[in-house]
Design a protein. Structure first.
Length: 448
């Protein structure tokens, strides 16, 4: 049987057929599949850049469009971590698949070389080729024509995301976990960063203050920077137009809240520019038709979150409310920006100081002066009044904490080496306080 000539001839025929099949079918098929994988990798790389480089105006256009590609694109733009996970997985498959097919096709032409040398040569050729064709070139094209890539790839990527949901979900979750761990290990606390800025002698004072403002920006609540209710300028909804114009002229503000009956019922915001075409229509003009809806925020909202809200809504003012819905005050975009860049003055702002120096150890402060500013002006430790101030943040609040009720005019209090004399009391608040330092101030350290 083993020496049967017919059997040997059959085996030889099978081997010949297999060799022909391998050379005539498998290699061309591998080349075709490799080219398809190469194109897929290029389009995936370009689409990742296109989706991540979409601007605000393009997003607005996509939201208005009713095309399937536009709606699908928004899903990836709103969740970039899922897009990154999907494109990473797809290109990993494309690159590995292309590399395997490339080595299979090149095995026969390079068979005369040592296997290790053959593999090194293939890698030297493969890596630059993939970088240029699948990374650099498509990304450059995508930056120049992002809309084209988005329209072309949005639906195919959505289909692939559905098919590869388990894998992409695992990759995205793992990426978030690694990112949190890296950030946790490498992060520096805000206090440490503030100390570095304080101890750094280089740079102007304004630059250091701006850096400190940026660092503390995310930890500041609206209640810390708002204009309190007692200082608000507002218009009653029933006031005649002539009175409204008078109040606008006196205040110099470009936007004024409008209330009904009490400050707790803010009806809207009156923009002065909306009144300009109707300044001469004084007889029975219904100015309430011009007010715009107010934007309400809680006292404990972070100012970085509020700034983002105001930017999205193209708004410049928000009404601050307490936990019971009562009006606590108002805050403007200018108030928020001033926390970083410092005071912003315009032609209507008057130069006004929160204190007057009477002599070396005697000052007159406004009651609303923040204790932090008070300590800065007197160059004392910010924790000097920590035990006495309780929850208060202003000089008037400190006196109320010590007294327990609204004090009388000229009433005196002593605390932490200072004597406080109430100079003016307006209705329910302390407006002016004289401060006398009973312990002489130590000279400030000389600048290095």
């Amino acid at each position: 049987m083993e020496n049967d000539p017919y059997t040997q001839e059959t085996v030889a025929d099978i081997q010949a057929i297999g060799s022909c099949f391998s050379s005539d079918i498998l290699i061309p098929a591998a080349i075709i599949i490799g080219v398809l994988l190469l194109l897929a990798a290029a389009f995936v790389s370009g689409s990742k850049v296109a989706f991540l480089s979409v601007g605000a105006q393009q997003i607005k256009t996509l939201r208005k469009s009713k095309r399937l590609a536009s709606r699908t694109a928004l899903k990836f733009i709103d969740k970039p971590e899922e897009l990154l996970a999907l494109t990473s997985v797809l290109n990993c498959i494309n690159y590995v698949g292309f590399a395997v097919l490339f080595m299979y096709v090149m095995r026969q032409p390079l068979s005369f070389l040592h296997p290790v040398l053959s593999m090194v040569l293939q890698i030297i050729v493969l890596v630059p080729f993939l970088l240029i064709f699948c990374e650099v070139t498509p990304r450059m094209i995508a930056r120049q024509n992002p809309n084209g890539f988005i329209s072309l790839m949005a639906v195919p990527l959505l289909i692939m995301s559905k098919l590869m949901k388990p894998i992409t979900f695992f990759v995205a979750k793992n990426n978030r976990h690694i990112e949190l761990q890296v950030h946790k290990n490498q992060s520096i606390s805000m206090d440490e960063l503030s100390d570095v800025i304080e101890e750094n002698p280089t740079g102007l004072m304004s630059e250091r203050e701006m850096l400190k403002g940026i660092i503390e920006f995310g930890n500041i609540e609206v209640s810390e920077i708002m204009c309190p209710r007692v200082d608000m300028v507002a218009i009653e909804s029933k006031e005649p137009f002539e009175q409204v114009l008078k109040k606008i002229t006196e205040s110099g503000y470009s936007r004024i809240p409008v209330y009904t009956d009490t400050f707790d019922q803010i009806s809207g915001i009156l923009y002065i520019k909306d009144l300009l075409p109707y300044v001469n229509n004084k007889n029975g003009f219904k100015w309430m038709t011009l007010i715009r809806p107010p934007h309400f925020v809680p006292e404990n909202k972070k100012i970085n979150e509020l700034l983002e809200e105001l930017q999205m809504q193209k708004n410049h003012m928000a009404i601050v409310v307490d936990e019971y819905g009562g009006t606590s005050g108002l805050v403007t975009m200018e108030d928020i920006i001033e926390m970083i860049v410092g005071d912003i003055s315009d032609e209507f702002d008057e130069e006004e100081s929160d204190f007057t120096r009477v002599d070396e150890n005697t000052y007159i402060f406004k009651g609303k002066t923040l204790l932090s500013d008070f300590c800065d002006e007197l160059e004392i430790d910010s924790e000097t009044f920590a035990e006495a101030q309780g929850e208060s943040e202003s000089l008037a609040g400190l006196i109320l904490e010590m007294k327990g009720e609204l004090p009388r005019k000229n009433e005196r209090f002593e605390c932490c080496g200072f004597e406080f004399t109430v100079l003016e009391v307006d209705r329910r608040r302390i407006t002016s306080v004289k401060v006398h330092r009973k312990i002489a101030a130590e000279p400030a350290p000389a600048d290095q």
